[in-house]
Design a protein around this ligand. Sequence first.
Ligand code: SF4
Ligand code: SF4
Length: 283
Amino acid sequence: MKSPKSKKIKISERRRFISLVTQSIGITALGGFIWSGYLQEAKATPLILRPPGALKEDDFLKTCIKCGLCAEACKNRSSNPDQTHQTSTLIMAKPGDGMPMGTPYFIPRSIPCTMCEDIPCVEACPSGSLDKNLLIDMAKNRTKMDINKAKMGVAMIDPHACIAYWGIQCDACFRACPLLNTAITLELKKNDRTGKHAMLLPFVHADACTGCGLCEHACVTEKAAIRVLPVEVALGKAGDRYIKGWDKADENRLEGVSTKTTTQTKRSAKNPTDYLNEGVSYE
Ligand code: SF4
Ligand code: SF4
């Protein structure tokens, strides 16, 4: 017969075993939870804005080593106009941000890119995810980076929320833009509602806009009426089927293209004006 002491040891071992199993299940579940969160956040939101010179999103995610050196370089330069807890333009995504974890991004309404001329974030990047070559104007034989070549996004105006489109005078975005009168111009239009006033409407030129977000930050409406979106999200594409007849280079695409119609359907054999007017009487 076993002594009461040995029985006691057995019970405590069982407890320890159960406790270990429970802990392991807990750790596994927690690990799974974190991992599923990571996987969810590993997929970039289509609305993320990256630092200047960032590669295309897929390549950026493959190459960024999440060292944070760009954000560190940025921290020393950006101001914090709103005195929020955030201290620099670039933030490294953390769990719950809904962005791929550990990668740099910025929120222009909080702190826009201040367009440093020497672009320290790009200089600091060791992996090439922020690519200097994307900021050098090779066509003009330049060798130095130019922040005005950045394509962090494109500003889009919501004419329903922009008070200039209501006829109220406002040019806050226009004045905030570092590419004054180039990335945003003011277009003069008659106010049809009053019939006698002029309206000065901000108009964004996507080819010049760098996506710095200084306009979005300066916008006076409660929720910005001008907002920066990633280029792929903001811009449409007409496609190759349309040719600009007034643009010689574009029109050259027609060279060698046959204008002979090859489609032969029952209907196209007839003149459309005949079959569309069949049975129509003009009396
Ligand atoms: S260029 Fe913009 S993102 Fe880069 S360091 Fe300056 S403020 Fe930060
Ligand atoms: S994001 Fe706004 S402020 Fe910056 S370049 Fe474009 S239009 Fe100008």
